[in-house]
Design a binder for this molecule. Structure first.
Ligand code: GLU
Length: 477
């Protein structure tokens, strides 16, 4: 049974890179009829916060990603982590290193001066018991390091990148697996060690994560071997790049799924777009799909090695497709909280709100466009320059005047559009202007500007809430 996991660190809100990793893991698990698990990597006590865990779980659910089993909480497993370290110490595969921070800094400075890559020079790998006692007598604390032999060759077959090869010599020397602590203790266990112990405990079969973890994979494979644990298969997804081809970062303005949500993107569009960040659809499949549809065909054979450039146009296009595909009821559910936030009150008659959604839906790219576009239906808009100019046109005000007169005598309830058409034709004839002039002027009067959705429907909606006449009146004042 395929078992994969997402292992977020709750040190911030759900990051786009983490969300994309989640999507790939979920798609693979569902395609393989396997399981998708979560592990909260909260061992960094200073930076981890419960509200970030809540944000990450909520963000995944919002995207439509569900998980199997309760999430594993890494900080609850410190005994298991320590006992793995003890095993490595007992087998002589790990040792205490007493080098002080100052000594290590000096070591790196010397390496730099000699134009060498910085690495730990394994200086305490073979301390004699006497040397150790002497350091302890000085009161020195120790980190615990895992031996990485320079001659070690590490191979794995990556599901995305194919055959991979690393040399022990390129891993920076013996690796710290536990933080500094008094020499009779084991300090806080560190990332590479705990990930291996936990992935093995969760019986993870495939580790799917970002390309920035490749060097960690090499180190982790050595730990699997040392701890005699079964190795999972690895797949490294390409990095997400900005338009300039650099790794997408805070400087690009959006990094958190929250940012996209508040910009008005739908979960469907984001999930769809995350999938396309690195995966290409098989021939004959549309680029607009649901996660469930993608899960039917997802595999790593179609995941690219090259970095995935973030393309706002494509995301906007997808979002528009999603919005245009919503029913009026679904759209109303999405936009009514946004409208309420503006302090706008929807009429009791729900058919009015649904008709407004139907009218505005086709022109939305982002959900929040529905705020600007709906505004004149809730608040009487100021006359814009183009609207004011239109009302100055020859015969415009006279025609509005005639239309108003008919409406005062016999208000239009907004239902019979043939009646609206004949009211317009009559008023235009009486004023001696073309019907088109009156229609433009009516739009200016109702919306304050010349751009907007279908005029008769707009008028009908305003008529239904008694807002057409007052707007015509103000143009004549
Ligand atoms: N907590 C790590 C991260 O968020 C997990 C990486 C991994 O998947 O092993 O980067």
């Amino acid at each position: 049974m395929v078992r994969v996991r997402l292992a977020p660190s709750p040190t911030g809100t759900l990051h786009i890179g983490t969300a994309r990793t989640a999507v790939f893991n979920w798609l693979f698990a569902r395609h393989q009829k396997g399981q998708f698990l979560l592990r909260i990597e909260d061992t960094d006590k200073e930076r981890s916060r419960p509200e970030f865990t809540a944000n990450i779980l909520e963000g995944l659910s919002w995207l439509g990603i569900d998980w199997d089993e309760d999430p594993m909480i890494q900080s609850e497993r410190i005994q298991e982590h320590r006992s793995a370290i003890q095993t490595l110490l007992d087998r002589g595969l790990a040792y205490r290193c007493y080098a002080s921070e100052e000594e290590l800094t000096t070591m790196r400075e010397v390496q730099k001066a000699e134009n060498k890559a910085p690495r730990y020079d394994n200086r305490h790998r073979n301390l004699t018991p006497e040397q150790e006692s002497a350091f302890q007598a000085e009161g020195r604390e120790a980190v615990i390091r895992f031996r990485i032999d320079d001659s070690e060759e590490i191979h794995w077959r990556d599901l995305v990148r194919g055959p991979m090869q690393w040399r022990g010599a390129d891993l920076g020397g013996d690796m710290v697996i536990a933080r500094r602590a008094p020499a009779d203790q084991i300090g806080d266990p560190l990332y590479n060690l705990v990930v291996v112990v936990d992935d093995a405990a969760m019986a993870i079969t495939h580790v799917i994560r970002g390309e920035d973890h490749i060097a960690n994979t090499a180190k982790q494979l050595l730990l699997y071997k040392a701890l005699q644990l079964a190795e999972p298969v690895f797949a490294h997804a390409p990095l997400i790049l900005n338009a300039e081809g650099r790794k997408l970062s805070k400087r690009d303005g959006v990094t958190s799924i929250n940012d996209f949500r508040s910009m008005g993107y739908t979960a469907e569009a984001i999930a769809n777009y995350m999938t396309l960040l690195g995966w290409s659809v098989p021939e004959g499949m549309e680029e607009r799909f649901t996660l469930a549809q993608a899960a039917e065909v997802f595999g790593f054979d179609r995941v690219n090695k090259a970095g995935a450039r973030f393309d706002w146009d494509k995301l906007n296009w997808l979002n528009a497709q999603v919005l245009h595909g919503l029913t009026a009821e679904q759209l109303l559910e999405e936009v009514s909280p946004l409208w309420s936030e503006q302090g706008w009150v929807l009429p009791d008659d729900q058919t009015w709100s649904l008709a407004l959604c139907e009218l505005l839906g086709p022109s939305l790219t982002l959900l929040k466009d529905a705020i600007e576009q709906a505004q004149p239906f809730f608040v009487c808009p100021e006359l814009q320059d183009d609207g004011r100019k239109q009302l100055e046109a020859d015969g415009a005000r006279t025609a509005i005047g005639h239309l108003m007169e008919s409406l005062v005598n016999d208000p239009w309830d907004g239902s019979d559009t043939a009646k609206a058409q004949s009211l317009l034709a009559d008023a235009a004839t009486k004023a001696g202007v073309k019907k088109g002039v009156l229609m433009k002027s009516l739009r200016a009067a109702l919306l304050g500007r010349l751009q907007g959705p279908d005029l008769i429907t707009t008028w009908s909606l305003l008529a239904r809430i008694g807002q057409d006449l007052p707007r015509l009146k103000r143009c004549l004042a």
